[in-house]
Every structure is written in C-alpha cells, then in structure tokens.
Design a protein around this ligand. Structure first.
Ligand code: BES
Ligand code: ZN
Length: 880
C-alpha cells in the first residue's frame, strides 16, 4: 500500500518527459503467487534534450533483472526501490533497449490495482497509476507506446489469454502450458493496458462498421452465466452504431472484448480493445436485474465503448485533464441514453443525480474545479464534479454554439488531436476555431469551483407593455478560492401565457438573448422584453441549461401553473419539485418548532392529477411523484440539519398525498400491472416505475403491508420484487410481512451474490436507530465479504450515504461503525475506503450535537496508524 508522501502535484509543474517509450513488449509468465514479468522497453531521448538520469515509476516492486541493450546493468549504474527505478547514466545514444524483470503476486493483491486475481481469473486495473505495480515505467498518460504482449500460463488454469489490440499468435508449449501474443497498433498510455487470463465463458457477436469492416465482439463471463450477457451484447452493438451516427466515429480494431469480473473497484474500465467490467454492469435478466440495472448496463457499456475515441485515440496529457475524457464521455453516454430511451425522463434523472452528488461536493470541503490544479492522490479526483459537472460543461458548449457548430468542433477535435495526449485548452480551442467566438469567460466553468447562483425577480408594466427580469449572479466561495470571477451562464427560458402558449415579444434589451437562451455574463442584467401586454409566467433554466441554483421570486400560483402547463418537460417537473421541496422545508421547520406539519391540499391534488395524466409518459409521472430525498431536502435547508425531523416531514407529506388520492391511486395501480412477457424497454420500465411508486403510497394506507406483501409474492421480475421488498422493509420495518419477505428473498437468492447485494442494500437503508445494529449483524452474514467492493458498497455504502436517520443516529453509533469499517476496508483496499469516507463530507451542515460526533469519527480515522495516501487525503480535506 502506498502511504502518504505528503507530496502535492500541481498543474503548473507539468513538464514533458525527457524520455519517450515508443515500443513496449511485455512477457507474462502467470502464477498466482509469483508472476514473472519481463518488460522490453524501447527508450528514446527526446530530440534536443541532454542525457539525464532516467527515472521510472514503481509501486511495491522488486527488481529481479535489468539490462541495457542486451547487457546486464552493473549495480552501480542504477538505484531500485519499490517505488522507483533510476538509471543513473543512460546510454548516450538517442535510442536504447531496456529490459526489466519483476515478480508480482496477483493472489495477494487486495487493492485491486495492477494485476490481481478475482474469482480465480487474472485481471488488471491500471488507471490511474496501477501499471507501475506491474513493472517500472514512465507511468503517465502523455507517454504513448505501441504494445506487444505475450502471456504464458498452464492451459487448465487459464485456457483464455487476452490483452489489448488484435490477436497475433497462440500455441501450446510443453507440460500443459500455452501462450498467446497480442499486438495493439495504436500507441496508448500505460493506464489503458490490460490483461485477462482464466477460465471464462464467451458470448460472441459481430458488428459491421460504417466502412464495412467486420469486428468480432466477445463478452466473457463466469462459466454458466453466458445467458446473462445478452442485454450487454445488444447494448454494445447499439453503442457502436450510435457513435457512427451521432459523432461519425468508427471502431478501429478487428476485435472488441469485454470481460466481467466480480471484484472491481469501479464500474468499468475502457482498456483499449479489452474493457474490464464489474460483473454487476454486465450480467442481467428479468429474474435477477431491475430496470435500473438494465439502464445502468446500457449506459456503462456505452460509456466505456465511447472512450475508444474520447480517452483512448485522444487521451489526456496529465491527470489534471481527467475531465477531458470523463466529462466528455459522460456527456456522450447521456446523449446515447436519451436517444435510446426518453430524452426528458433521462434529463430529469441526470439532474437529480447531479444535485444529489455534485452539488454537495461543490458546496462542501471537497469542492474543486472541473479541472483541478492540485492533487495529493489522483484516485480521489474521479468525482461527481469531474464527471457530472464536466458533462454539463460540454452540454453548455453545445447550447451556446448550437448543434451544428458543436458537431463541427467535435469533428475538428478528432481530426486535430487523434493520437495525441491533449488538454482542456486544446478542447476549447477547436470550438473557438469553428465558431469564431471567444470562450475565455466560459472557460471559468473548468477552472472555478462552486455552484453559481442566480437570483431572479420579474415585473410587468401593463401600460408600457413591458416585462422585466432582474437577474443577479453570484458564485459562493469554496476552499482556497475565496474570490470568484463572473461566469458566462446560458440560461434557457420561456415566457408562458395564460393559455400555456409561448408569449412573443417585439424587442429585448439588457442581455444577449438568442434562440431561447439568455446569456448571463455580468453580475446584474436587467432584461427588458417589450410588446407584452399580459403578465406571463417565466420558466427558467429550461432543460437545466446550466448547472446552477436558482432563487426565483415567483408567486406560488405561477409555480402551480408551470407545474401543470410548462411545455418544457424538465421545467415542468422542476416546478412541481420546487413546490414539494418548499412545502417539505416548511414542514421541517414546523416540526422543529414542535408543531404538526401543515401541507397545502393543492399539492396532493396536483400529484393526483399528474399521476393520472395519460398525456404524460408513465416514467415521467413516476419521477414527479417520487418526493425529494431526505438528503435533497437537507441540502436545500443548508445548515442545522436534524435528519429525524426531515424524515418526519417527508413521511407526513407522503401520507397526505396517499390519503388525498386513496380513491384514484388503487385503480391506477391496478391498471398498470404487466401484461404479456417481460421486456426491459424504457416504456415498460416506466409503467413498472409508476406502479411501484403508487405501491409505495398505497402501502401507507390501511392494509398497506398486506398489499405490498401481495405485490412481492406475485412479482414476476426483480424490479417489482425488489421494489415491494423495499416498501415492506422501509415502510413496515419489523412487521411479519417484512420479515417473511426478507427471509424468502434471502432463501431464493442465497447463491447469487449480485442479487444478495440488493438484500443488503434494502436492509442497510431501513430508516431509524435500529439499523446500525442490523448492519453490524449483516457484516457477519456468510455472503458478506469486506474484501469485495460490491458487498462493501451495498451494505456500508448504502448505510452511510443513503440512510440519513440510521447513519446520523443522534448518539453517534452510526459514525462509529462507519469509521471502524472504513479503516478495516482500508487495510486491503485504500481506494474503496477513501470513496466510502466521502459520506461524511457534509458534516458541517448537521445540527451541533451530530456535528461534534461526526467530527470525532473523522478525527479517529485521521489518527489511525499508516493511513494510506487515499484516505488521509479525503479525511484531512474534509476536516480542513
Ligand atoms: N475510466 C473510468 C474507470 C476508472 C475510474 C478507472 C477511476 C480508475 C479510476 C471509466 O471510464 C469510468 O468512468 N467508469 C465509471 C462508470 C461510468 C459510466 C461513469 C465507473 O466506473 O464508475
Ligand atoms: Zn469513463
């Protein structure tokens, strides 16, 4: 494990390397405890650079042999430590061959970085800095090399031998051994290297590219699970097709392979020609996967495939540029899903995710710009800001330039930078070049942390037929950035007349207004529309055109009107959601003041109308009916958070909606029952989502537990079964119905780890004080393993980030369990531990009692011995 060196990496310190590695040959002799790795590196001194020591990165390595141009190097000519190999006096020649031998133990690698074993399968994870755990190398993304890889292993242990690129050669050797050679003609950084070897089942497919080339597709899974890979294969083909149509991007190798493994730190990894996936994002059928699982599989398969152009063909110059590949690729996978499913439903879901994950990050101690300038541990910068806000920034470029110019800019980006390691400046420049616009102010979205706020008020002057918007922007301070500059915010809007139709104006002044977008660039804009005789309602940030918070002084009547009539589906959802949030916050304050919460019956009535509105997609109606989460409400309240009061407010509102609609909801619920065979398509999933949210409401009425138990028993797919189980466990904890369903679920899926994760998750999410003990008990369940990231995330991740009342138990027991477990996970897997630890990032917004206890848990973690760089970085920044 890498412990903390305290070193801070700074963007301004970037220097190109004196040396390049144009070719890399790797030879692996696989063995669980002693894998022998021989690396033959062609090293080239860059033109015009004087000879200097060559310093290669390592991480926990032992050097067994070293030779330069075929001659063993004398010990006086190099220094080798586990973390570094220095060739003190490299040859004077421009080019030389360096041969390195190292030995590693994949079976003892529990950090799951570098070469490790999962379920008896050898696999690798090299992003960001895992390659240096395999051999000494210039392990940085601007060192692009052409790789040839030879793998040798006993045939019975590893019948399948895979690496990047195209297969070149394979054959048998004596004593039951065999080998395979792979060659990847595209120069790539070391983080994209991959190797997989073991006994796996194969699902084969093929795809003909737009220029008529045949690509062989393979998805490899645990033997016996082949029938669960069909959906992933279909998603892969649709992704390949879509990238040709939407971005003109064609696949470039003869083969494309995906391997599913059961121990994986992240979701999936885009290694060139050999994507490695967490099996949770490959394996699915109706019996074991929910509709959300199907949607995730589709999105992640697409995401990793899209990296082939945005990440692999054009990679990052350094890790500060991570959003260049991640933000852009998230944007691409969002667009893909929007085209495959429902655009408006997808947009609402994206915004909910952004607000749930990126907003709290941006508003707390871990805030950083989309392109950070500093890091201690790069693993901790795979964040919602880099990914989700990074994607929003790309979306804003498209909004500002329009779809055609955006596409022209992307085309120029691919043409200009193919085969290079690029920067955000390179990316912005292509859009400046195709549009002739100056994007300097816009570039602040990459450089400045924090969520901008717009305050808007409006006035109508009937006599002058003038409608005025007063708009003011501010960007709150974030750690180490106290003074903020003014941003360019593209604010999509609409003026809506009493008939629900758009209101036309004759002239507008005070800001650039273009194609439904107000361009905010100054602190204050007074935007005056003339020729408007009747006061319109104003719909703002339509489609969530900018990732900002909005404070609009608008009458509740206007909000109700927009929630029923806005033609922009996102803004319409937003209007209703804002009404719900405002009511919930008011109820929270009433509860804190010792009063019964009061709600406007109007809200419940509108909820009923939305639920039954046949002109709206069921998936949209389901989203509208799902109340703002406890964490969402907490974020909007801001400080002095008492999760129990928020829970009570939310619970009371759910009851009010259920009671007000007790006549209409049952009939609607009945009418949505699945007819015919299961299909994972978006429309069917939408009907299930609506039916399941109705079940959630109906379960609050008399007889609710029985209804949910019936739903559970009659379920013919995992979506309905898991939804009913969650309703029982969360709304009726401890009842016979809940206990029976939990036991039945466990018995039925005893042998299926991925399905049991749902069982862990549901129980970790049970609201209330008792869950801490339940989680402790479940950690001793035979299916739980502290070494498996999926198990840890299901139980501990869910408890700490999705169970407000359980985790924030007033006596601090939740935090104590959490701190203990994070430290336990950290011994094996620092990356997963550090990610878990971010659950405490909003500790300062808690009420004083909980705040003290949460801080104590952070301090306890900070004072643990031999803390990894990963966890120390998170804990110290969180406390700072
Ligand atoms: N390149 C990442 C995987 C990765 C993340 C490697 C962090 C090393 C450290 C991959 O492309 C990715 O972004 N995966 C996401 C899923 C994606 C759909 C956002 C993940 O693993 O969560
Ligand atoms: Zn990615």
């Amino acid at each position: 494990m890498r412990t903390d060196t305290g070193h801070v990496f700074k963007l301004e310190d970037y220097r190109p390397c004196d040396y390049l590695i144009p070719r890399t040959s790797l030879d692996f002799r696989l063995s669980p405890d002693a894998t022998h790795v021989t690396a033959l590196l062609t090293i080239e001194r860059r033109a015009g650079v004087a000879a200097s020591p060559l310093v290669l990165d390592g991480d926990g390595l032992t050097l067994l042999g070293i030779a330069v141009d075929g001659h063993t190097l004398p010990a006086s000519d190099y220094e080798a430590t586990p973390d570094r190999l220095t060739i003190l006096k490299p040859p004077a020649a421009q080019r030389f061959e360096l041969r390195l031998e190292t030995e590693i133990a994949p079976s003892r690698n529990e950090a799951l970085m570098g070469l490790y074993r999962s379920n008896n399968v050898y696999c690798t994870q090299c992003e960001a800095e895992g390659f240096r755990r395999i051999t000494y190398f210039l392990d940085r993304p601007d060192i692009l090399s052409v790789y040839t890889v030879r793998i040798e292993a006993p045939h019975n242990e590893a019948p399948l031998l895979l690496s990047n690129g195209n297969p070149v050669e394979s054959g048998t050797l004596g004593s039951g051994r065999h080998y395979a050679v792979w060659h990847d003609p595209f120069p790539k950084p070391s983080y994209l290297f991959a190797l997989v070897a073991g006994a796996l089942g194969k699902v084969a497919g093929s795809f003909t590219t737009m220029s008529g080339r045949e690509v062989e597709l393979g998805i490899y899974v645990e033997p016996g699970k082949e029938q669960l890979a069909g959906y992933a294969m279909d998603a892969l083909k649709r992704s390949m097709q879509w990238d040709e149509e939407a971005f003109g991007r064609e696949y470039d190798l003869d083969v494309f392979n995906i391997v599913a493994v059961s121990d994986f730190n992240m979701g999936a990894m885009e290694n060139k020609g050999l994507n490695v996936f967490n099996d949770k994002y490959v394996l699915a059928d109706e019996e074991t996967a929910t509709d959300a699982d199907f949607a995730n599989i589709e999105a992640i398969i697409a995401h990793e495939y899209f990296h082939n152009w945005t990440g692999n063909r054009i990679t990052c110059r350094d890790w500060f540029q991570l959003c260049l590949k991640e933000g852009l690729t998230v944007y691409r996978d969002h667009e893909f899903s929007a085209d495959q499913r429902s655009r408006s439903v997808k947009r609402i879901a994206e915004v909910r995710t952004l607000r749930a994950h990126q907003f709290p990050e941006d508003q707390g101690p871990l805030a950083h710009p989309v392109r950070p300038r500093r890091y201690r541990e790069i693993n901790n910068f795979y964040t919602a800001t880099v990914y989700e806000k990074g994607s929003e920034v790309v979306r804003m470029i498209r909004t500002i330039l329009g779809p055609e110019t955006f596409r022209a800019g992307m085309d120029l980006y691919f043409e200009r930078h193919d085969g290079e390691a690029a920067t955000i400046e390179d990316f912005l420049k292509v859009f400046e070049d195709v549009s002739g616009r100056d994007l300097a102010q816009f570039a602040l979205w990459y450089h400045q942390a924090g969520t901008p706020n717009l305050t808007v008020s409006s006035a109508h002057n009937a006599a002058a037929k003038e409608f005025t918007l007063e708009i003011e922007q501010s960007v709150p301070p974030t750690p180490s950035e106290s003074r903020k500059r003014l941003m360019h915010i593209p604010l999509a809007f609409g003026l809506v007349g009493a008939n629900g139709k758009p209101v036309a104006w004759t002239a507008v002044e005070g800001a650039m207004v273009d194609d439904g977008v107000i361009h905010i660039r100054k602190r204050r804009h007074t935007v005056r529309f003339s020729g408007i005789s009747q006061r319109p309602s104003v719909s703002l940030n339509r489609g969530f055109s900018a990732p900002i918070t909005l404070s609009v002084q608008q009458k509740a009547d206007d909000q109700f009107f927009l929630a029923a009539h806005d033609s922009d589906a996102f803004a319409r959802w937003q209007a209703f959601n804002t009404l719900l949030t405002d009511a919930l916050i008011a109820a929270f304050r009433q509860i804190l003041g010792g009063k019964e919460p009061v709600f406007a019956a109007r809200l419940a009535e509108l909820a009923g109308r939305i639920a039954g509105d046949e002109t709206l997609e069921p998936a949209y109606r389901a989203l509208a009916l799902s109340l703002p989460g406890e964490a969402d409400i907490a974020r909007d309240i801001g400080k002095g958070i008492d999760p129990d009061a928020i829970f009570a407010a939310r619970e009371a509102m759910a009851r009010m909606i259920a009671e007000a609609n007790r006549e209409a909801f049952p009939a609607l619920y009945e009418s949505l029952a699945d007819k015919g065979p299961f299909s994972p398509d978006a429309a069917s999933a939408g009907r299930r989502a609506l039916r399941n949210i109705l079940l959630d409401y109906l379960s609050l009425l008399p007889g609710g537990a029985g209804l949910a138990a019936g739903h559970f028993n009659a379920a013919t797919n995992m979506t309905d079964r898991a939804a009913a189980l969650a309703v029982l466990a969360h709304r009726h904890p401890g009842t016979a119905e809940a206990e029976e369903a939990l036991a039945a679920f466990e018995a039925r899926y005893r042998g299926d780890a991925l399905v049991l994760d749902k069982w862990f998750q549901i129980q970790a999410g049970v609201p209330g004080a008792k869950t801490v003990e339940k989680v402790r008990e479940l950690m001793r369940h035979p299916a739980f393993s502290i070494a498996n990231p999926n198990r840890v995330r299901s139980l501990i991740g869910t408890f700490s980030s999705a169970n407000q009342t359980g985790f924030h138990r007033p006596d601090g027991e939740g935090y104590r369990l959490f701190a203990e477990t994070v430290l336990e996970v950290e011994k094996r897997n620092p990356q997963v531990a550090a990610r878990l630890a971010t659950a405490l990032r909003s500790w300062r917004s808690l009420e004083p009692g909980r705040q003290t206890k949460a801080r104590q848990a952070l301090l306890d973690m900070a004072k643990a011995e031999n803390l990894s760089a990963d966890l120390r970085d998170i804990v110290e920044r969180t406390l700072a």
